[in-house]
Ligand binder design. Structure first.
Ligand code: GDG
Length: 480
């Protein structure tokens, strides 16, 4: 990958996680981008304060300058737990049955974004490139423009862009989508999400889309980019060969006593299709009694967003379902599902992936899904496991050598498990090699550079193309 020297980067996201070990792959890439170019990572500290003050806490974490701000209770309730996680998250994952539409949420979301804009404004210097992350901060670009920011500003959406027939159920939708034209560039994981956005622009806003994916509306231009996120494949492969992973792999295999291990690793979220996965697995157990005691499902699902009721409900339902399936099928020496509500270190996860015969990644809807890529990166090249992947994860657009399934169909999940268990070694290896090549090539640094290069390359028009007249300096250099 070519290195693009660029301006300082201002990364803005709901949470800031530049610190080493615990940070996930994307955080590592964003930190690397900040180290390469200099800059600041700004966002919410995760802390509550009685009354919002806008006071910034500066830190240096692993060579990255971070700036965070505390939020007051009402912001956390209306912006984070409210509009972000009870309205936008379900809606953007096609779950209008779970989406809650409350004016107070929309108001709190706007207020929190205004506060973020006010707070980060003094940190932005004229040549900086600003990169806003995800659905918590859709209107931030427009808030910055309203405060006079003329810098290049890009936005990356980590979740799907839903079909317009669903999106129009959001009362504030038009206003919200119009604010996105404040950006110079929006990145999506897949062509499908980009096309869905374009469809909204054309049919709801009356805008237009050019052949090279530039959206125009109301005299404004916005470049759209397909930019699939990847993982740090080299790091994950190394993790899978670490001492901890090796020990985990042995321990988990021993506990399976010769049975084929099927693994799932997901945040406990209704978008991940865990209930449907358990039902598909149960279907497999009922349809193939001869294989019953030859498999075991290990599902790791660390709790997430526990303050939101739909998350409490999914947790209760899953516990009930796992208990019911285990009750119905277990024998003296075998339990079909081992369901663990706990987070583990990344090296432990790598060992679990490597110990398994099947990786079961079956979200009902997912922007990308990085677990699918981690699963591939962690396999033993001489005896790789089989990835079963939902057609409705963004990852399925690239990872076509996985066994693709419709996660709503218990029968398809059951058939896929059967296929994966019967798959000859030669086929497992050839599918894995092709998957691994893509995971390694389009890794997380590829994602970072693809986005930042596109942001640098956006053609500016109107006043922003020639912002200030150039003045001759004493040394004969031109300066702004
Ligand atoms: C959003 C989008 C998109 C999980 N359990 C543990 C643990 N994890 C890590 C995984 C993986 C990450 O969490 C999950 O990433 P996903 O991509 O699978 O899903 P979301 O959290 O929903 O992420 C998604 C992503 O943003 C990036 O754009 O792909 O579509 O929904 O890295 O390994 N990590 C540790 N312990 C655990 O128990 N340490």
């Amino acid at each position: 990958m070519e290195f693009y020297p660029m301006s300082r980067l201002i990364v803005i996201s709901n949470r800031v996680s530049a610190g080493g070990g615990a940070a996930g792959g994307l955080a590592v890439a964003l930190s690397a981008g900040l180290r390469e170019n200099g800059g600041i990572w700004f966002g919410w500290s995760g802390e509550r304060i009685d009354e919002f003050t806008g006071q910034i806490n500066f830190r240096i974490e692993d060579g990255v300058r971070t700036a965070t701000v505390d939020l007051e209770d009402q912001d956390i309730e209306e912006y984070y737990n409210g509009f972000a996680n009870r309205t936008l998250w379900p809606l953007f994952h096609y779950r209008i049955d779970l989406a809650e539409y409350e004016r107070s949420f929309a108001g709190g979301y706007r207020r929190a974004n205004e506060r973020f804009a006010d707070t980060v404004l003094p940190l932005i210097e004229p040549e900086d490139h600003v990169w806003v992350q995800d659905y918590h901060m859709l209107p931030l670009g427009s808030e910055l423009r309203a405060r006079g920011v003329t810098n290049r500003i890009g936005f990356f959406l980590h979740i799907p862009w839903p079909p317009r027939r669903l999106l129009v159920t959001l009362p504030e939708v038009r206003e919200l989508v119009e604010t996105l034209f404040a950006y110079d560039l929006i990145g999506f994981h897949t062509r499908e999400w980009l096309d869905s956005f374009a469809d909204f622009v054309v049919h709801e806003l009356g805008g237009a889309i050019s052949d090279d994916d530039v959206a125009t509306w109301n005299g404004q231009r916005l470049k759209l980019l397909v930019c699939p996120a990847g993982i740090d494949a080299a790091e994950f492969k190394a993790l899978s060969e670490s001492e901890t992973a090796r020990r985990t792999c042995i321990r988990v295999r021993e506990s399976a006593v010769g049975r084929a291990l099927i693994v799932g690793v997901d945040r406990l979220d209704y978008s991940k299709g865990l209930e449907e996965r358990f039902q598909g697995y149960e279907r497999f157990l009922s349809e193939h009694p001869e294989e019953r005691k030859e498999v075991v499902l290990l599902q790791i699902a660390p709790p997430s967003r526990g303050a939101v009721e739909s998350y409490q409900q999914i947790r209760t339902r899953l516990e009930g379902l796992a208990g019911k399936i285990n009750g119905a099928h277990a024998a003296l020496d075998w339990v079909p599902i081992r369901y663990v509500n706990q987070a583990y270190g990344r090296d432990v996860l790598a060992g679990v992936y490597r110990a398994s015969r099947i990786g079961l990644v079956t979200p009902l809807r997912d922007g990308m899904n990085l677990v699918a890529k981690e699963y591939v990166a962690a396999q033993d090249p001489s005896d790789p496991g089989v990835l079963i992947l939902s057609r409705f994860a963004g990852a399925a657009e690239e990872m076509t050598e996985a066994v693709l399934v419709n996660p709503h169909s218990a029968e398809e999940i059951s058939d896929a498990i059967r296929t994966a268990l019967a798959m000859p070694l030669a086929e497992r290896i050839s599918r894995w090699e092709r998957l691994m090549e893509k995971v390694q090539q389009q890794d997380v640094m590829w994602w970072l550079h693809r986005f930042t290069a596109a942001l640098s390359a956006v053609e500016l028009h109107g006043e922003r193309a020639n912002p200030l007249p150039l003045i001759e300096s004493d040394e004969g250099h031109e300066v702004a």
